[in-house]
Ligand binder design. Structure first.
Ligand SMILES: [Zn+2]
Length: 108
């Protein structure tokens, strides 16, 4: 049993749920904009925040999918950049990572 894969599936589910909540917000599932202008202004600001959150969640989902593909290909524990083994502790803390700690810190 690959528990990292399970963790990734759980992570992917929760990210998908967040994404659909953001979509509901963007599409005004809760109803039309409030007629009160002040309310409307703050809702618009909210939209910008939600846009940012949504793109972050999309990025993370893409990383999760990518990590799952690498696990299925049998290279999930190997750094994508330098081919070194990624430490189990790092994989546990960051199941969606595909870089070792050295490469990841060099990237940021
Ligand atoms: Zn590396």
């Amino acid at each position: 049993m690959n528990s990292r894969l399970q963790n990734l599936e759980i992570l992917r589910d929760s990210l998908s749920q967040r994404l659909s909540r953001y979509h509901q917000h963007q599409h005004r599932a809760g109803g039309p904009l409030d007629p009160d202008f002040a309310e409307q202004a703050s809702e618009t600001q909210n939209d910008e925040v939600v846009d940012i959150l949504e793109s972050e969640v999309r990025d993370q989902l893409a990383r999760v999918d990518h990590a799952m593909e690498r696990i299925h290909a049998g290279v999930g524990d190997v750094c994508e950049r330098c081919q070194a083994a990624i430490s189990p502790a790092r994989l546990k803390a960051l199941p969606e990572t595909t870089l070792c700690a050295d490469c990841a810190s060099g990237q940021e």
